[in-house]
Design a protein around this ligand. Structure first.
Ligand code: 5GP
Length: 184
């Protein structure tokens, strides 16, 4: 991989609003490309293979780990998630800014390997607000919600490992701040 300055990591706990922020950023700038991750979790209603994620079996995921086909990977709430290396390389070589929307363990791995990548941690305004956002999303069952919330405490405690920490009060303001960081 060549220019790691072109690698932007958006991380933070599940439910903080990473996906919404990223979606708005992509709409504003065609030179930014969002990496599509691989995962072993089941698709949610409306999610499409190759669009939201590459959905795959545990066996296939582990095979990709063995073949070193991930830039990073992590286990999260009982499933595997990983960033396929080949497409990220390809897009960086083509001159795109590559955006990764990933959880904290994977983000730490990238920060250690490529310190010149830009990492942004999104914090919720409060833990109560985070819980409200996860519940309002309506995509997870109670057990999965609880797993995500208990993991959030640990994730928030890691926020100081990243280059910038932004509190996601309002999407519009957060998008503006992220943009400034990307362009600076
Ligand atoms: P969800 O199941 O809600 O789509 O994602 C759960 C968590 O996994 C989110 O925090 C999301 O950002 C993260 N995630 C998605 N793709 C990847 C990836 O490729 N690697 C890592 N480490 N985390 C990911």
């Amino acid at each position: 991989m060549k220019n790691f300055k072109k690698l932007i990591i958006i991380t933070g706990p599940s439910g903080v609003g990473k996906g919404t922020v990223v979606k708005e950023i992509l709409e504003k700038d065609q030179d930014i490309w969002l990496s599509i991750s691989a995962t072993t979790r089941n698709p949610r209603k409306g999610e499409k293979d190759g669009e939201n994620y590459y959905f795959m079996s545990n066996e296939r995921f582990k095979n990709m780990i063995e073949k070193k086909e991930f830039l990073e990977w992590a286990q999260f709430a009982g499933n595997y998630y990983g960033t396929p290396l080949s497409t990220v390389n390809e897009k960086i070589e083509k001159g795109f800014i590559v955006l990764l929307e990933i959880e904290v363990e994977g983000a730490k791995q990238i920060k250690e390997k490529f310190p010149e990548a830009l990492s942004i941690f999104l914090l919720p305004p409060s833990k109560e607000e985070l819980e409200k956002r996860i519940r309002n999303r309506g995509t997870e069952k109670e057990e999965a919600i609880n797993r995500r919330l208990s993991r959030a405490n640990y994730e928030i405690a890691s926020s100081d490992k990243f280059d910038f920490v932004l509190t996601n009060h309002h999407v519009d303001e957060t998008v503006k701040s992220v943009f400034k960081l990307i362009k600076s």
